[in-house]
Write a protein of this length. Structure first.
Length: 118
Protein backbone atom coordinates (compact mmCIF):
# COMPACT_ATOMS: atom_id res chain seq x y z
CA UNK A 1 0.00 0.00 0.00
CA UNK A 2 1.31 3.48 -0.88
CA UNK A 3 0.06 6.66 0.80
CA UNK A 4 0.80 10.32 0.09
CA UNK A 5 1.31 12.23 3.34
CA UNK A 6 0.46 15.84 2.45
CA UNK A 7 1.25 17.34 5.86
CA UNK A 8 4.64 15.70 6.35
CA UNK A 9 5.92 15.86 2.74
CA UNK A 10 6.44 12.11 2.59
CA UNK A 11 5.05 8.99 0.98
CA UNK A 12 4.58 5.84 3.03
CA UNK A 13 4.89 2.26 1.84
CA UNK A 14 3.28 -0.56 3.84
CA UNK A 15 4.34 -3.96 2.53
CA UNK A 16 1.80 -6.77 2.43
CA UNK A 17 2.86 -9.55 4.79
CA UNK A 18 0.54 -12.00 3.03
CA UNK A 19 -1.81 -12.88 5.85
CA UNK A 20 -4.16 -9.91 5.52
CA UNK A 21 -1.88 -7.53 7.43
CA UNK A 22 0.80 -5.01 6.52
CA UNK A 23 4.30 -4.35 7.86
CA UNK A 24 5.10 -1.08 9.60
CA UNK A 25 5.30 1.84 7.22
CA UNK A 26 8.52 3.03 5.63
CA UNK A 27 8.49 6.72 4.72
CA UNK A 28 10.24 8.48 1.87
CA UNK A 29 10.77 12.22 1.47
CA UNK A 30 8.80 13.75 -1.37
CA UNK A 31 8.43 17.27 -2.64
CA UNK A 32 6.13 19.75 -0.94
CA UNK A 33 2.50 18.73 -0.38
CA UNK A 34 2.26 15.33 -2.11
CA UNK A 35 -1.37 14.65 -2.96
CA UNK A 36 -1.54 11.58 -5.21
CA UNK A 37 0.46 8.42 -5.79
CA UNK A 38 0.37 5.59 -8.29
CA UNK A 39 2.57 2.63 -9.09
CA UNK A 40 4.01 1.54 -12.44
CA UNK A 41 7.17 -0.18 -13.64
CA UNK A 42 8.79 2.90 -15.21
CA UNK A 43 12.27 1.42 -15.74
CA UNK A 44 11.24 -1.98 -17.14
CA UNK A 45 12.78 -4.16 -14.42
CA UNK A 46 9.53 -5.94 -13.56
CA UNK A 47 9.11 -4.17 -10.19
CA UNK A 48 6.48 -1.48 -9.49
CA UNK A 49 7.94 1.97 -8.91
CA UNK A 50 6.20 4.88 -7.16
CA UNK A 51 5.04 8.06 -8.90
CA UNK A 52 3.90 10.98 -6.74
CA UNK A 53 2.30 14.34 -7.59
CA UNK A 54 4.02 17.03 -5.49
CA UNK A 55 1.42 19.80 -5.54
CA UNK A 56 3.43 22.44 -3.69
CA UNK A 57 6.69 21.74 -5.54
CA UNK A 58 5.14 21.79 -9.02
CA UNK A 59 6.71 18.48 -9.95
CA UNK A 60 6.26 14.75 -10.18
CA UNK A 61 8.57 12.47 -8.20
CA UNK A 62 9.59 8.94 -9.19
CA UNK A 63 10.92 6.44 -6.66
CA UNK A 64 12.53 3.39 -8.27
CA UNK A 65 11.92 0.03 -6.61
CA UNK A 66 15.21 -1.42 -5.38
CA UNK A 67 13.61 -4.84 -4.98
CA UNK A 68 14.16 -5.58 -1.31
CA UNK A 69 11.12 -3.72 -0.04
CA UNK A 70 12.77 -0.31 -0.36
CA UNK A 71 12.81 2.50 -2.90
CA UNK A 72 15.46 4.94 -4.14
CA UNK A 73 15.36 8.66 -3.37
CA UNK A 74 12.99 10.42 -5.72
CA UNK A 75 13.96 11.86 -9.08
CA UNK A 76 11.80 14.90 -9.87
CA UNK A 77 10.33 16.16 -13.11
CA UNK A 78 8.88 19.66 -13.41
CA UNK A 79 5.23 20.12 -14.31
CA UNK A 80 5.60 23.87 -14.84
CA UNK A 81 5.52 27.01 -12.73
CA UNK A 82 2.40 27.24 -10.52
CA UNK A 83 1.03 24.06 -12.14
CA UNK A 84 -0.03 22.39 -8.89
CA UNK A 85 0.01 18.74 -10.05
CA UNK A 86 -2.87 16.95 -8.38
CA UNK A 87 -3.46 13.57 -10.03
CA UNK A 88 -1.04 11.15 -11.69
CA UNK A 89 -1.53 8.07 -13.81
CA UNK A 90 0.73 5.86 -15.89
CA UNK A 91 -0.06 4.56 -19.37
CA UNK A 92 1.78 3.94 -22.63
CA UNK A 93 0.53 6.96 -24.59
CA UNK A 94 2.99 6.75 -27.51
CA UNK A 95 2.88 2.98 -28.14
CA UNK A 96 6.54 2.26 -27.31
CA UNK A 97 5.74 -0.36 -24.62
CA UNK A 98 6.92 1.92 -21.78
CA UNK A 99 4.60 3.54 -19.23
CA UNK A 100 4.49 7.32 -19.54
CA UNK A 101 3.30 9.67 -16.78
CA UNK A 102 0.10 11.63 -17.20
CA UNK A 103 -0.48 14.45 -14.72
CA UNK A 104 -3.51 16.67 -14.13
CA UNK A 105 -2.35 20.12 -13.05
CA UNK A 106 -4.86 21.90 -10.81
CA UNK A 107 -3.03 25.23 -10.71
CA UNK A 108 -2.65 25.66 -14.46
CA UNK A 109 -5.78 23.77 -15.59
CA UNK A 110 -3.68 21.59 -17.88
CA UNK A 111 -2.88 17.95 -18.50
CA UNK A 112 0.80 17.09 -18.90
CA UNK A 113 2.45 14.02 -20.37
CA UNK A 114 5.97 13.00 -19.38
CA UNK A 115 7.28 10.52 -21.97
CA UNK A 116 9.36 7.63 -20.65
CA UNK A 117 12.85 7.51 -22.17
CA UNK A 118 14.21 4.59 -20.06
Amino acid sequence: MIVANYGSNTASVLLNIGNGTFAAQKTYSTGTEPVEVTAADVNGDGKPDIIVANYGSNNVGVFLNIGNGTFSAQATYSTGSSSGPYYVAAADVNDDNKPDIIVANYGSNTIGVLLNHC
